[in-house]
Design a protein around this ligand. Structure first.
Ligand code: NAI
Length: 213
């Protein structure tokens, strides 16, 4: 896929994908941009513009074929790619992510979980046994994972990330409360801060209830 599509459009695609999946689950086979906009809270013209970036899947007077659009967006996102993925830090968050995210449906395949705590060695998360971080280099050499999920404390995140880049990791889904150095060349970093999302909500509450202490 070309890199000319704006990041803001790309960020909306998973949402389209999810909504279209729900429509399919409800047996809906086609939808107009107006109906889609009512369901999603984007304007119809925003939707047409977004989808036009990829060649425009809609037909005048017909709307969008839900499953075709779903499949096309899935292809654009690469949900069928199964990129080999490892998770570092098998604490509360790491275990929750490993067990609750459907990686296979989102372009990744979780193949290894690592932790520095020797007591976790061999403990199973789902069907994967936790390995010690000492074996990371060997594992990466043998299995060539490309994605790493970081669920470790902030203090060790950058060091671990630097090592993982040396071991061939190309992308980070980083939960470790630090924004990884943006200076890596050709490495994708997606920093996730649930607290940011919470603050966005609080900002909304503040506007709704401006005088509330
Ligand atoms: P936790 O303490 O339950 O788990 C952390 C795990 O990381 C432990 O098992 C520990 O042994 C392991 N670990 C520590 N250093 C390591 C290293 N160098 N290599 C490999 N494993 C290492 O903590 P929890 O609740 O799972 O949170 C993990 C991190 O994620 C914390 O730093 C927390 O602040 C952060 N967090 C971030 C969120 C976000 O939205 N980005 C939300 C919740 C937590």
């Amino acid at each position: 896929m070309g890199s000319t599509v704006s990041t803001s459009v790309i960020k909306r695609l998973p949402r389209y994908y999810r909504f279209l999946q729900e429509l399919m689950n409800n047996g809906i086979t086609r939808i107009s941009s107006r109906e889609l906009s009512e369901k999603m809270g984007f304007t119809a013209s925003q939707i047409r513009q977004d989808l036009n970036c990829f060649g425009g899947f809609g037909q005048q007077g017909y709307g969008y074929n839900v499953s075709e659009l779903h499949d096309e967006i899935g292809k654009i996102l690469g949900v069928d790619k199964g990129y080999k993925t490892i998770l570092i830090g098998a604490g509360n968050l790491g275990r929750a992510i490993a067990t609750h995210i459907n990686f296979d449906a989102r372009g990744c395949k979780l193949i290894g979980i690592f932790d520095i705590n020797p007591q976790l060695l061999g403990v199973k998360v789902g069907n994967i046994e936790i390995m010690h971080t000492d074996s990371l280099a060997r594992f990466c050499k043998d299995n060539s994972p490309v994605v790493a999920i970081l669920c470790i404390p902030k203090a060790s995140a950058q060091q671990i990330a630097d090592n993982l880049v040396k071991f061939g990791i190309k992308a980070f889904w980083n939960f470790s409360h630090c924004d990884l150095k943006p200076t890596y060349n050709d490495i994708i970093v997606e920093n996730v801060h649930l607290g940011d999302s919470l603050m966005t909500m609080v900002y909304g509450v503040n506007n709704l209830l401006p005088n509330k202490e």
